[in-house]
Design a protein around this ligand. Structure first.
Ligand SMILES: Nc1ncnc2c1ncn2[C@@H]1O[C@H](COP(=O)(O)OP(=O)(O)OP(=O)(O)O)[C@@H](O)[C@H]1O
Length: 302
């Protein structure tokens, strides 16, 4: 069942159209990703969903509510992750949670919430002394303090090291498994692929596709990539002319060939015929980043 419905959303800043006719639905209990490059309109879209911005066109329903008209009621149903800079410098973790709990009619027990998020021993720690990953956990706690049905998490793992990022992902799954619908804004492919049940790809204000990560990748119809380092001069046109090959490009010392069918065999036979030995040869299946290139014609640069 859809808990969020966005239909033909349009949002302009002066003449700039930031969101241009975007429609999607978020099902109850899923992690729904909004993925796109910087400036694609992701934050503007979720700010309209949160009721923080007035759309210039289209309709939005969140748990049956109109986010602008029913803002007060929405606050108890939709939890928004706080940006780090919004917390005063010297506030302690427990004080911050206590303060935000006081904004809600029926808040969660914040001590229990801290325990659940692995911050049980940090209640007295000044917020500024936390690590990046711990700060993100506090921001998740603040999003959940009002016992919302939906949590919106925006660029949750930006700036975190890989381990802290993985820990945060596990936490987001835990939030989903506790029954909260999660809307996750991200420009990290790996995060979207690993975490999202479904996602909306947004590029330049327009919706490119909505599907599961596997569904988006399957649109590539079995595209593969072969990567190697030629140990002798190689004319890439030889590879590009093979029927299995769609593209052959140099990436520094490496050659990257994409194509379909028995690509690996076609490439290695061609190299053997031309007396070129391929070092560090690897074959890779297409991923979400390839799907993005396929759908938009350009790479989502991180
Ligand atoms: N308050 C504003 N006033 C004017 N233009 C804005 C404003 N906020 C965003 N924009 C512009 O609208 C477009 C969409 O911005 P938005 O922040 O929604 O994108 P985003 O996909 O969230 O990007 P990022 O990942 O960089 O946050 C961008 O071109 C941005 O410069």
């Amino acid at each position: 069942m859809a808990i969020i419905e966005v239909v033909d959303l349009v949002k302009r800043y002066d003449r700039k159209v930031a969101v241009d006719g975007v429609s999607f639905t978020v099902d109850e209990g899923e992690i729904f990703g909004i993925l796109g490059p910087n400036g694609a309109g992701k934050t503007t879209t979720v700010e309209c969903v949160e009721g923080l911005r007035s759309p210039d066109g289209g309709t939005i329903r969140v748990d049956g509510l109109d986010p602008r008209r029913d803002r007060a009621e929405l606050r108890s149903r939709l939890g928004v992750q706080l940006q780090q800079s919004e917390l005063p410098d010297h506030i302690r973790v427990g004080e911050a949670l206590d303060l935000y709990a006081s904004f809600h009619r029926d808040p969660a027990d914040w001590r229990e919430l801290l325990d659940r998020l692995g911050l049980g021993d940090r209640a007295k720690t000044p917020y500024r002394k936390l690590s990046g990953g711990q700060k993100q956990r506090v921001s998740i706690a603040l999003a959940l303090i009002g016992k919302p049905r939906i949590a919106v998490l925006d660029e949750l793992t930006t700036g975190l090291d890989p381990q802290a990022r993985r820990d945060t992902w596990a936490l987001v799954e835990q939030v989903r498994d506790s029954g909260v619908t999660v809307v996750l804004v991200t420009h990290f492919m790996e995060e979207a692929e690993r975490l999202c049940d479904r996602l909306a790809l947004i590029d330049a204000g327009k919706l490119v596709a909505v599907d599961s990560p596997a569904g988006l990748v399957s649109r590539l119809d079995g595209e593969q990539r072969v990567r190697f380092r030629p140990t002798a001069p190689l004319d890439l046109a030889l590879l590009a002319d093979l029927p299995e090959v769609e593209s052959a490009e140099r990436h520094g010392p490496q050659v990257v060939v994409t194509g379909k069918g028995n690509l690996l065999h076609a490439v290695t036979s061609c190299l053997a015929r031309n007396h070129v030995v391929a070092a560090d040869l690897r074959i890779e299946q297409a991923g979400l980043d390839d799907a993005f290139i396929h759908l938009t014609g350009r790479a989502l640069t991180e």
